[in-house]
Design a binder for this molecule. Structure first.
Ligand SMILES: Nc1ncnc2c1ncn2[C@@H]1O[C@H](COP(=O)(O)OP(=O)(O)OP(=O)(O)O)[C@@H](O)[C@H]1O
Length: 873
């Protein structure tokens, strides 16, 4: 056939298969379509190019022109995982019939949609972290966003109204994997959410966010006419976002959502506020350096033995409580589990044998569970009576409450015990799932199958005797069915009534009417028994699904018990102490340790330190000390101990009295935010502004270096003024680590400021870090010494030492001078320093030998040390 360009009709030329593909694409906008074609799932056109990049698979061409890339069918789950992690949503288009050469085209349909926020498959989820899908909608009232989030894999569903400036903090706490918003509002949402939108962003049709439509969907889902019962006001924007989530899930999953049985109001006022910067810099769930879980606070706290407990702990670390009775209730429970070793050991042993019934129940409820999932639920239910027995008669009200709430679900357990084999296969279709005795009909069919097989064994023996052919055997395969096989050597002895079926190299295969008759019986019985087993399994799964709320309630109890006993285990292993929580905004930590370093450093090497804030101890600690001495560690340990106490955890210290805290703020080091379009110093100041504008007298503020990202004078001036502001205007507990030793002078003017430094011992030509915090301020930073430790070349070190000593001699840097009087100026004015601060100088400081490049004179600006003074670095 020749190709005639004149008559070429591209539409007609497009294969029917490609038409099927394009239909699937049109029906699933914004998704990659994985299109089943024989042993591969193919991606075409733009999807193929994207897929080849993301998955590292070869890009080829179909019919010489259409880009195409494919993945083998048996590796689908692996590649789906990669696409999800990269934030893509995928529609899997299946062949709905076996290929038939007589048919021109196999019918295909999208029968599975996989998106980062709607997965429930174990293999694609992190067992220890929640997996949130979030929806955002701006409220009619300016400055507020409605936000709702669901973890489909557990049924956890929550909503809140969030002031727009707090939106990015909430989003970063949730760390959602997929985000929904109304198409028309794409830009507004992106702007309000800052950098914290997940990669998978879905602009949904505007009607799905229309308040009346969304609320109606939500009411229908929960079968309620008002949300006051859930703790919401009926017109809250958060509810609109929640309704939009439900519409999306219904459309995407086309499965039951009955495991989403409650919408919980999120009340930020009951939680210790931690903004995104604080969460990151305290390394609560990930390390700053490489964004790994290992090395984070969570990693050292996590001694849970179930994924349910691990996820609850994860959420609790990010959202500590502010309600003192609630915290004390947790502490009572942890303490009881700590003191009663036998109880703790037994509870943890039982829990260890429990499966993740939260996610398993969700799989049951969304009709995704296989036989092994049901068997795992049964195994877990069998453990419950022992867990309940252990909780009976406990002193702590929280343990008593958990005991009451723990439903044993004996009916479900009995049903599953009777029905499911102990170690069933993965897939229900294969049979071997249902226990003997559960269904008389199934037992009968199985007996027929077994009898048939026995008959065949007897038939083989009988035919060997009758023919005298010792090697005669009855075999079976899918294509030939049952057959009699006789080797060529014995061919002459073959009985005449044997009907020839097939010739092999060394043997021939035969059948007999009797064999066919029994085969019919066996195969039919086997088919029937498998079909019945599948039916029984599906019914059973529906029966269990109907009990979803009870199972999820039990799962919540197990999660809480696991978290509490894990905290007790940690406290026992690391010798933690119960913090005393008080109302006054004070802090008194004796021999506190950094929870992570305490575990990572060799035993006995971590040097504990005290921290005290209160009427007698001051509210503002200015911590100076050499580089590498342990300032940051100390600051963070105070913040982490405070946070852990608010979680209801015991803390690494000899004793700890913790005043109730509303927020912890931290500003740590210089983080490179160039990718966010902000300079390092701008980020530093934005973070500082956030603290100064939002801290209250109940907050804890940690400042680890401030003002370093700019010229020294600007830096010191800013640090000076911020110190005064925190001390005078806010009066909150504050810790400030700095190399600006001159700030120490403020102690004479600010009554609640205390100077502390980290001790070092100076030996002949080295210093030993003692890591001990002591009253007083440090005089030197030993920066050059640390540079030596870091491997800076000797020549540079020598030169730096010479420059330093010259600078110190010639210019009496303020850091080494002692001021006589410092008076705190009124806020907003320049501090007035009298005494021996250096006079303003105009000359350029010269290092001992002529510098290679003449330093540019700084523009003169009013400063603490003198106008126009310059340093050569
Ligand atoms: N209390 C301590 N006990 C034992 N080792 C400690 C202690 N504190 C800190 N260290 C060790 O010292 C190292 C440096 O501590 P850290 O980062 O806190 O110093 P720094 O004073 O903040 O330094 P820089 O001023 O250079 O930022 C830590 O990584 C840790 O190994």
């Amino acid at each position: 056939m020749t190709f005639d360009l004149e008559t070429f009709d591209p539409d007609a030329a497009m294969s029917r298969m490609m038409q099927q593909y394009r239909d699937a694409k049109t029906q699933h906008p914004g998704m990659l379509v994985l299109f089943r074609n024989g042993d591969f799932y193919e991606l075409f056109e733009d999807d193929a190019e994207l897929g080849s990049r993301v998955l590292g698979i070869t890009l080829t061409k179909r019919d010489g022109s259409i880009p195409m890339a494919g993945v083998p069918v048996h590796k689908l789950e692996h590649y789906l995982g990669l696409l999800l992690r990269a934030g893509h949503r995928v529609a899997v288009c299946e062949q709905m019939e076996e290929p038939d050469p007589k048919k021109k085209i196999i019918p295909r349909e999208v029968n599975r949609i996989v998106t980062p926020g709607t997965i429930t498959d174990d293999g694609l989820l992190d067992p220890r972290a929640p997996n949130y899908l979030v929806a955002l909608v701006p409220a009619a009232k300016a400055g507020v966003y409605g936000i709702a989030w669901v973890d489909l894999s557990t049924g956890y569903f929550s909503a809140a109204d969030v002031p727009t400036p707090k939106l990015s903090d909430e989003l970063s706490r949730l760390n959602a994997v997929e985000c929904l918003f109304a198409d028309a509002l794409t830009n507004a949402v992106a702007q309000a959410a800052g950098m914290h939108l997940p990669r998978s962003r879905v602009a949904r049709p505007d009607w799905t966010f229309d308040p009346s439509t969304a609320l109606a969907a939500l009411k229908t889902h929960f079968a309620v006419s008002t949300f006051t019962g859930f703790g919401f006001e009926d017109a809250q924007p958060g509810l609109v976002a929640a309704g939009a989530v439900i519409i999306y899930l219904q459309e995407t999953l086309k499965a039951s959502l009955q495991h989403i049985r409650r919408l919980r109001p999120h009340r930020p006022d009951t939680l210790l506020a931690l903004d995104e910067v604080t969460r990151r810099s305290l390394e609560l769930t990930r390390t700053l350096r490489d964004n790994q879980r290992d090395g984070s606070l969570l990693s050292v706290l996590d001694r849970t033995v179930t994924p349910m407990g691990a996820r609850l702990l994860h959420d609790s670390v990010l959202a500590p409580l502010t309600d003192r009775p609630a915290i004390n209730a947790r502490l009572d429970a942890v303490e009881e589990l700590l003191k009663d070793h036998a109880l703790r050991r037994a509870v943890r042993e039982h829990l260890e044998a429990c499966s993740d019934i939260q996610r398993l129940t969700t799989r049951v409820s969304t009709a995704k569970a296989g036989p092994r999932d049901l068997s795992a639920i049964a195994r877990t239910l069998r453990k419950l009576p022992a867990v309940k027995a252990k909780l009976t008669g406990r002193r702590s009200p929280l343990l008593q409450e958990l005991e009451k709430r723990l439903e044993l679900c004996p009916d479900i357990r009995e049903l599953l015990d009777k029905a499911i084999e102990d170690d069933p296969p993965h897939i229900a279709k294969e049979g071997g799932v249902i226990r003997a005795g559960f269904s008389a009909e199934l037992d009968e069919l199985r007996a027929l199958t077994t009898d048939g097989k026995n008959w065949i064994a007897r038939y083989q023996a009988q035919e060997i005797t009758r023919t005298g052919i010792g090697s005669l055997k009855v075999g079976y395969n899918e294509i030939d069915g049952y057959y009699l096989e006789i080797t060529n050597a014995n061919e002459t002895k073959t009985p005449a009534e044997y009907k020839h079926q097939k010739t092999l190299k060394n043997a021939k295969r035969y059948y007999t009417p009797a064999l066919r008759e029994y085969e019919e019986k066996v195969v039919t019985a086997q088919d029937k028994s498998r079909a019945l087993e599948l039916q029984l399994f599906l019914t059973l799964r529906d029966q269990v699904a109907a009990q979803t709320p009870r199972l999820l309630n039990t799962a919540e109890v197990l999660a809480a018990l696991d978290m509490l006993s894990a905290l007790a285990e940690l406290a026992a292993a690391r010798n933690y102490v119960r913090p005393v929580l008080v109302d006054e905004p004070i802090l008194d930590i004796r021999d506190g340790r950094h929870p992570v370093l305490d575990q990572i450093l060799p035993p006995g090497t971590f040097v504990p330190n005290d921290a005290a804030f209160g009427p007698d101890d001051g509210t503002f600690w200015l911590v100076t000390g050499p580089n590498m001495a342990g300032k940051s560690t100390f600051l963070r340990q105070v913040a982490l101990i405070t946070l852990m106490a608010h979680m209801g955890s015991l803390v690494p210290a000899k004793s700890a009295t913790i005043g109730m805290t509303d927020r912890i703020f931290t500003r740590v080091g210089a983080s490179d935010e160039l990718s966010r379009g902000q300079s390092t110093f701008m980020v530093e100041m934005t973070e500082a502004a956030n603290i100064l504008n939002n801290a209250t007298p109940r907050s804890l503020v940690i400042l680890d270096e401030i003002g370093r990202g700019t010229a020294t004078y600007d830096g010191v001036s800013l640090a000076w003024a911020m110190t005064e502001y925190l001390h005078d205007a806010i009066g909150c507990r504050s810790l400030f680590a700095t190399h600006y030793h001159e700030l120490a002078q403020l102690a004479t003017a600010l009554p609640r400021l205390r100077n502390y430094n980290v001790l070092v011992r100076e030996l002949a030509d080295e210093i030993v870090f003692l890591h001990k915090i002591a009253p007083g301020n440090a005089e030197r930073s030993y920066g050059i010494h640390v540079a030596r430790l870091a491997g800076v070349p000797d020549a540079v070190l020598k030169r730096a030492t010479a420059v330093l000593s010259s600078l110190e001699k010639q210019h009496e840097l303020p850091g080494v001078s002692t001021p006589s009087v410092v008076t705190a100026p009124a806020l907003g004015t320049t501090p007035v320093v009298s005494g021996d601060l250096p006079p303003r100088k105009t000359n350029v400081v010269q290092p001992p030998e002529a510098p290679r490049r003449k330093p540019k004179p700084q523009p003169s600006s009013p400063s603490l040390f003198g106008e126009g003074e310059d340093v050569p670095f």
